[in-house]
Each structure stands twice: as C-alpha cells, then as structure tokens.
Design a protein around this ligand. Structure first.
Ligand code: BG6
Length: 475
C-alpha cells in the first residue's frame, strides 16, 4: 500500500526506551537480592559478567535525569524477581522492594511513565533448583510475586508486561537458562514449561485486572514475520509452519486462549505436546491481555528443504528447540544487509510484522524492543558518532509510521536500549544504548555516562512527535 500522505504519530504516543534488570542494574547481591538463573549461568570468561553491568542500581537517579533530558515519555524496565523474593517465594525482601519504589518515584517526578516487565529471563535460582518452570509451584510463586508488585507499585504503574520473550526462552532454552543443564527430554520439557508459563501469565493478567482496574497488561514476545525462500508452494508452507511455531503459538494462547492448530499438531507428532489439566484452557481463556507488546530485531527466511548455507542466519532463528527439517529450514535472505553481529536488518519486515499481529488480534500494539547492537567507538573528545544506529532507528520508525497509516493501532515505541548494558551473551561491547557507559568487558573504568550522537537525534524525534527523523543533528 502506497500512502498519498503520511499519517502522523498519534498525540500521546509513548516514545520510550527499554532495559532489563539483570542487564543494567548490577548490584547482583546487594541489599539481600538472591541469585537468579543468570547469576549462576556459565558464560564465556572473555565477556563481562552480570555482577556490575551498568551499575544502574547505584546510579539510577543520574540515569533517570538523562532519560528525562532525552525526553522519554515512558521507560521500560524489569523488576528482578529475586530482589523482592530472594528465593522466589517466602519472605519479602523489603530493601530490594525499596529500590523499585525509589526508581518509580524518580520516573514519576520526571513525568516518565513506568512500563514494567515482571519477568525478563531472570528466574530466581532457588526456584530453578526445584525444577523451574517444569514445577507447577513456580506458577504460584510468579503469581505471588506479581501480586506483590501490583500492591507495592500499582498506584504509580499503569502499564505492565508479563513475560519477556517467552518464545525465545522456549526456542533458545539452553542459552537463556530456561532449561536446566542435562535435562533428559529437552523438547518435551520446554513445551511443558511453555504451558506452565502461559498459565502463570493468565493468572497474573487476571490478578492485575482485579487489583488494578485502571492498569493495562500484556505479553512481550519476540515476533518476526517469516519469509518463504521462494514462491515455491513448499517453501511458502514451510514459512507458514514456522510462523505458527515461532509466533502464533504464543500469541494465540495469550489472546484467544487456545493452542494454534499447526503448532499443536507439530508438538503432538513429535511427542512433545504438554500435558494439559482440564481447568487449564478455561483459565487461559479468562486471562486476556489489554495490549500486545512485541520485540522486533529482524525477519526470518525459511524454505522447505534447502541444502542450505546456514552461515549468517539470525541468532534467534537457528537451531531452535523442537524444530527439524521436516518443518522448515532456515536460510539466508539475499535482499537484506546484516549488522556487525550477522543479524539481518529489515525495516520493511517491521511494518509487515506489526500489520500481521494487528490483523490477527486487533489489540493495541507497543514495541518494547528494536535496535542495533554495535561496537561503538569513544573518540579522544569523549564523543560517540553512532550514525549507523541513527540510520537503523530512522528506517524502522519510518516503517512504523507507515504501519500506522495502514491502520495499525500503535501506542508506543521503546527501542533497545535506553542506556548501554550487557548483552544476553555477547558482553558489553555489543552496545545498543543512546547513552554510553564507560567500561569495557573486564575494566569497569569510571562507568561514566556519555551522550551518543543518537541521543541528540532521538531527542529531536521525540520532541517533534516523530516528524523530524533527519539524521543531521548538532552534536
Ligand atoms: C532480546 C532480549 O532478545 O534481545 C534482550 O529481550 C536482549 O534481553 C536483546 O538484550 C538483544 O539481544 P542480545 O543478545 O544482543 O543482547
């Protein structure tokens, strides 16, 4: 669809930026915080660990002041479950809870709307030791933790996200720490965990609606459109398979309260379908979200049986749990460029993805992650000329605006990330932020905050409500 005129971003559009607790806070064991699966995971010694990260736990006031200067209307962050409940359940750690009171107060003081993720990959370690998401007791623990968060912060927080990228935790369980090492039946375990997380999510949505009638809550999966490698019907079918397994399995359960038919048959045939109790489906039908948040970095391309070059496939979409070549084979997309980490860059895919989600569910959408990881360079004058990030964000925002013109009800855009933080498994040198944090993988230096060129650019974007995307800025 070619539009004659551009539809402006709506008034009150939530221009924001995102982080997650374990990647930005540091203070990994401060004030009684318990360990999470991330603290006990084994990452390469060559990259930064998660003990200090960007030290936001101790510097949040300065950071929020910078977010305000950037002009953020909203700031998406997550609560570390094991700061509130060091063992995932039991006694509330009042000191840990106090940190989020301070952070939220500071945001509100600066007129920044808090957008809170309840769970972003960092399951408390004690729960993991008891079986993690395989153990139904974790469902009750998550509900209890979430109810506590609603009680403590619900007077100031109107927007809540349940679980970050549940689909990636299932599809990439080994990397993201969802799957306990040595699990004998990994695929079946993961899809049972998925079912349990869905039940937990439904309970938390119901609790939120009960306790905070004015608040809104939604899931935050990673959704990407999937292209067929060619117009060959078998390739198109493979793309359709993968879309169901990668995307709709998760959102159909959240929004329609039922399993996607293709994804369900796929799990049944592989003998990895979860065990479902009688009351589960009625619970899932009751816990309906108010909006859908989604993270988008790049599209995927698949075919039926390509004897393919696997080089260059996106991290998110290679060797996914439970997938085999009878369903789809990932392949390269010759029409797209890649970033320094071999991830595809596909702004048009962003528009397609937003349209596909909206067409299917008809719920308001908010983008909770989108961004470019890059090796930024600090000049001798303490400047960071990240024009490549500006280009990436500019092209993606343009496509979002076109999606709004296509009829998509989009309420906000929160790129990843507000400030530099430690990547999931590629260290601090893979930077995403508008604000540079002066440290490297092992040398913490002074952890000073420096505005990148993209900071000044995004400031102008927000100030003009998305009208001035021009990359020429005074920096
Ligand atoms: C998303 C996660 O998968 O992608 C974030 O929600 C993550 O936690 C982001 O940091 C970028 O991925 P990476 O691997 O480059 O950190």
């Amino acid at each position: 669809m070619k539009h004659q005129t551009l539809t402006p971003f709506p008034a009150g559009f939530l221009w924001g930026a995102s982080t997650s607790a374990y990647q930005v806070e540091g203070g990994w064991n401060s004030d009684g915080k318990g360990p999470s699966v991330i603290d006990n995971a084994h990452f390469s010694d060559k990259i930064a660990d998660f003990t200090v990260t960007s030290d936001h736990y101790h510097r949040f006031k300065d950071d929020v002041a910078l977010f305000a200067e950037l002009g953020l209307k909203t700031y998406r962050f997550s609560i570390a479950w094991s700061r509130l409940y060091p063992e995932g359940e039991g006694e509330l750690n009042v000191q840990g809870a106090a940190f989020y009171h301070r952070l939220i107060d500071e945001l509100v003081r600066h007129d920044i709307e808090p957008l809170v993720t309840l769970y972003h990959f960092d399951l408390p370690w004690t729960l993991e030791e008891k079986g993690g998401w395989t153990n139904p007791a974790t469902i009750a623990a998550f509900e209890r933790f979430s109810r506590t968060a609603f009680e403590l912060y619900g007077d100031r927080v109107k927007y809540w996200l349940t679980i970050n990228e549940q689909n990636m935790m299932i599809l990439k369980g080994e990397i993201l720490g969802t799957l306990p090492p040595g699990t004998s039946d990994p695929e079946k375990t993961l899809y049972q965990q998925n079912h349990n997380m869905m039940l937990a999510q439904a309970k938390v949505i119901i609790a939120c609606h009960e306790m905070l009638p004015d608040a809104q809550i939604g899931p935050a999966p990673n959704i990407s459109c999937v292209y067929a490698a060619s117009s060959r019907p078998e390739d198109v079918l493979a793309a359709n398979n993968f879309t169901s397994i990668r995307n709709w399995l998760y959102l159909d359960l959240a929004c329609f309260g039922r399993y996607n038919a293709v994804a369900w048959r796929f799990m049944e045939e592989k003998g990895i379908a979860p065990t479902i109790a009688e009351e589960d489906m009625s619970l899932l039908r009751q816990g309906k979200p108010d909006f859908i948040a989604f993270n988008y970095y790049a599209s995927a391309t698949v075919g039926a049986d390509i004897q393919s070059e696997t080089e260059g496939r996106q991290r998110h979409d290679q060797q996914l749990a439970g997938i085999d070549s009878t369903v789809y084979v990932g392949t390269n997309n010759p029409h797209l460029k890649k970033n320094q980490f071999n991830w595809y860059i596909d702004p048009v895919g962003f528009r397609i993805t937003a349209r596909e989600i909206y067409d299917r569910y008809h719920l308001p959408l908010i983008v909770t992650e989108n961004g470019l990881g890059a090796f930024d360079e600090l000049t001798a004058e303490n400047k960071i000329y990240d024009d490549y990030r500006i280009d990436y964000l500019q092209q993606h925002i343009q496509q979002l605006q076109l999606a709004i013109g296509d009829g998509v009800d989009l309420i906000g855009y929160c790129p990843w990330s507000a400030i530099d933080l430690v990547s999931t498994h590629q260290g601090i040198s893979k930077r995403y932020g508008f604000i540079y944090v002066n440290r490297d993988e092992h040398d913490l230096k002074d952890l000073a905050r420096l505005k990148k060129k993209s900071f000044v650019w995004y400031q102008q974007v927000i100030r003009s409500n998305g009208q001035h995307l021009d990359s020429k800025v005074d920096y």
